[in-house]
Write a protein that binds this ligand. Sequence first.
Ligand SMILES: NC(=O)c1ccc[n+]([C@@H]2O[C@H](COP(=O)([O-])OP(=O)(O)OC[C@H]3O[C@@H](n4cnc5c(N)ncnc54)[C@H](O)[C@@H]3O)[C@@H](O)[C@H]2O)c1
Length: 300
Amino acid sequence: MSNNISTPSNAPATTYNKKVAIVGAGSMGRSIAICLAMHQIPTVIQARSLERQKRAIPLLEQSLAECGEIFGWNEDEQKELLNRIKVTVDNADLALADIVIEATSGTLEEHKELYRDLDAVLRDDTVIASITSSISITELSNATERPSLVAGMHFFMPVPLIDLVEIVSAQHTVQETLDQIQELCDAMGKETVYVEDSPGYIVNRMLIPMINEAITELAQGIGSIEDIDRAMRIGANHPMGPLELADWIGLDTCLEILEGLFAEFMDSKYRPHPLLRRKVRAGQLGRKAGVGFYRYKEEE
Ligand SMILES: NC(=O)c1ccc[n+]([C@@H]2O[C@H](COP(=O)([O-])OP(=O)(O)OC[C@H]3O[C@@H](n4cnc5c(N)ncnc54)[C@H](O)[C@@H]3O)[C@@H](O)[C@H]2O)c1
C-alpha cells in the first residue's frame, strides 16, 4: 500500500506532462482521478450524461474525505485535489488527451460501441487504456481503427491505496503503447506487472475464486460474515477479509469476472455461487450501493 504520500501540498512536483482523460465517472473512474490528482496530474473525467456529471462531484468529495482520513488531508488539501479534476460531458476535452483511461461498466457490445465512438473523437495517436476486469482487450481493440494503441491498465480498488497495476498486452498492442502506460504508472507511483490478455489476468484469477469460496462458506453456514473476514485477516495475514474486499470491488464486478473465467475455461471451479447472483439481482452491490455483505452509509 502507498505510504509515500502524506499531503497533497508536499507531494513532489511531477515531470509527467501528457494529458490524461478518464471515460466513466463511476467508483473506479473517480478513484483513479483522485490517485492522479495526488500525484499532481490533472485529469478530465468524461461522464455519460449531465445528470451523472452532477452526481460525480459530491461522490468525488466523499471519496476524497475517505482518503483524507487515511492520508491525513485537511479540507483545504481535499479541495486542492478536487481542483485538479474536471468532470465533463464535452467531447472536446477528450480530443485533447494523449492517453484515455476507459473506466466504464457495460457489456461487450456496449463497450465496442463506446470504442468506435472514441476512435472518431480522439486524435489518431491517442492511446486507449482499458481498466476492464472482465472483457477481452483484444476484442475492444478490434472495434477501433487503432488496435496497436489499445492495451489494458488494470488497477485495484481503492486505487490510491493499492500500488499494483497489471499492464495488459492484447493481440495487436505495440511496445510504444505499453511504454506510455508504464510512464503514466510511474508518474502515479504504481508498481507494474506485464500480463497477456487472459480472463482475470494474474490477480483476479486467484482472488475472485477465493471470494466466491468465502461466499460459499457463508451460504453453507460455516461462519458469520465477520468471522470469515477476521479469519482471513488474522490467519492468512490478508489486509482485508474476502467479503469486505468483495464490497470494495463491487459484487457485480466480482460476478462479471467469475462469468468471464467460467465462459473461457469451462471449469466448475469458477462457477459463481447463487448467493452472489442473488445479491447482484437485489442491487446489493457493495459500498457503491450502500449495502453488500456489510451496510454502509448512503452515497448520496
Ligand atoms: N471495482 C473494481 O474493483 C474494479 C477493479 C479494476 C477494474 N474494474 C473495472 O472498472 C470498470 C468500471 O467499474 P466500476 O466499479 O467503476 O463500475 P461503476 O458501475 O461504479 O461505474 C461505471 C461507470 O461507467 C459509466 N459508463 C457506462 N457506459 C459509459 C459510456 N458509454 N460513457 C461514459 N460513461 C459510461 C457509468 O455511468 C458508471 O458511472 C469495469 O470495467 C470493471 O471491470 C473494476
